[in-house]
Design a protein around this ligand. Structure first.
Ligand code: ZN
Length: 229
């Protein structure tokens, strides 16, 4: 599938590095096509488990480290409109629902995006991911003219319950930018990248496909998901 020109794309994730593995190629392509892209990153991932061994950061210095990495990832993708929303890592699930929906609604009203990318609620694994996805869905649900809503799903039961992704983009044209976005988050991704590069060198096609394809599900408004949250 070809990535289409959009009026504006809004990307919403809770943690620095959420964009890198599954979406950075799509973001880069939109930007290269001249579509304005805004990435709203809700936290600085300050509770990230990885402080390095030997440690490169303390609990206190980690937010600054991850902020720098996030900025480097944005630069790798050519993204200029990065919004750091200032919420605290691992607390989004405890935020007031209406406050979260308001935050999303404000962004959507300001930017008027034709497409929004976030996690797919119910298939986003981490509580912060789920809370982010729910807030976006709730905000968009209230709109009269809904933008396209593309969800990233990676729970183990995704294929079983959602089937194959509705949208698959081949992003190999922007491979370098994607690699650089992933590398930008080195404090969290080092071991994973090392493993990945090793597999790629061995010509592992599964890893190659995983990396060069970005997959999305259209949010299914007709399945009344609201009931489950
Ligand atoms: Zn995350």
């Amino acid at each position: 599938m070809t990535i289409q020109q959009e009026r504006h794309v809004l990307v919403v994730f809770p943690h620095p590095d959420d964009e890198a593995f599954g979406v950075s190629g799509t973001i880069t392509t939109h930007i290269q096509q001249g579509t304005p892209v805004t990435y709203a990153c809700l936290t600085l991932g300050e509770m990230g488990r990885n402080l390095g061994n030997p440690p490169f950061a303390t609990r206190e210095s980690l937010p600054a480290v991850r902020k720098k990495e996030l900025l480097a990832s944005a630069e790798a993708m050519g993204l200029t409109d990065l919004r750091m929303m200032g919420l605290r890592d691992k607390t989004i699930e405890f935020e007031d629902d209406e406050k979260m929906v308001r935050m999303m609604t404000d962004l959507i009203e300001e930017l008027n995006p034709s497409k929004i990318i976030t996690f797919y609620p119910g298939f986003a694994v981490h509580p912060d991911h789920e809370a982010t996805a729910r807030a976006v869905v709730r905000a968009v649900r209230r709109m009269k003219d809904r933008p396209t809503l593309h969800g990233v799903a990676f729970a183990n039961d995704t294929l079983e319950k959602l089937g194959n992704p509705d949208v698959v983009y081949n992003i190999s044209d922007v491979r370098t930018q994607k690699m650089n976005s992933m590398k930008a988050h080195i404090s969290q991704t080092a071991w994973m990248l090392e493993e990945m590069e090793h597999k790629l060198q061995q010509g592992d096609t599964e890893t190659e496909n995983w990396l060069m394809q970005e997959r999305f599900y259209n949010y299914r408004w007709d399945e009344d998901f609201e009931k489950s949250f």
